[in-house]
Write a protein that binds this ligand. Sequence first.
Ligand code: R7I
Ligand code: MG
Ligand code: MG
Length: 302
Amino acid sequence: MKSKFVGCLVGSAVGDALGSIFEGFWVSDWGFDGYSGRWTDDTHMMIGVAESLISCGAFDGSHMAQTFIKNYEEEPWRGYASGPPQVFRLIKRGLAWSEASKRLFGGLGSYGNGAAMRVAPVGLLHYDNEEKLRSVAYAQSQITHAHELGMEGAAIQAYAVALAVKADSSSRLDPYDFLGKIKDFTRSEVYRQKIEKCLELLNEANKRKVSRELGNGVEAYNSVPAAIYSFSRNVDSFRDAVTYAISLGGDTDTIGAMTGAISGAYHGVEKIPEEWKNRLEKIDYIEKLAEELWNLKNKKGE
Ligand code: R7I
Ligand code: MG
Ligand code: MG
């Protein structure tokens, strides 16, 4: 199980670093020659989630918001979208962590995938408590993504990580069963329909059709389903799952990161290709955070 915790966070960072080579492009004829192991805001914020959970021993919204702000100010060049830095400025001006994000996008908050791309540590810490997982996934979203579709995307991604970490990878996971559980978990009609499409498309060979129907964009509902699908149709291999995810095009670093988190949680860190781990930026620190989450989980036993 510890190897699955480490595989989840390392897998997420690897997917981000690989996918960032292609972010925003339609990928048809491609390779990973440009891989440097450098990751983007997706991993930077996932690290922030893990750091805050470990340091507080549980979710603390104010502390997590301050952790995001500190990390952002140290390395603002990681490729952040426009929303989170605006929220950070509002919080620094004195708004509460739970209020600032509601000011964005006409008062509804963001439905970008920023809350889902970083949520993996929540899926690990609360893998065995569905309601706790849901409430903490929503709460960590609220710091930057108040829109219900942004929050729901994060909850579904956390739940997918939880299912993957619980599954025994020595007996093959049934993708229909996996997708069925996620469909039952979601409270959103938008996501329910997307997960139904994932089920329908499991044997679809045409990638353009897959990305057209599931989406591959920066909106949470256009990228979380694509990541869950990429894992589901490539259950047997971390390499295949992440490569497939990135080949869907669009928001490739984020779909890669979310697929990598689920697949890494399923297979464990040993199954992530060495050539991808070798060059991964700050892999020792990411592994340490995963081990600390593992220790926290066992200390709490909840
Ligand atoms: O969600 P967020 O952190 O962005 C994450 C993405 C990932 O691809 C990262 O790799 C990084 O590149 O950025 O940042 P937000 O700014 O909250 O949301 C991303 C984008 O989604 C916004 O800049 C908008 O273009 C769009 N968006 C919306 N558009 C209209 N109305 C998000 N919410 C809305 C909305 O309510
Ligand atoms: Mg990014
Ligand atoms: Mg992205």
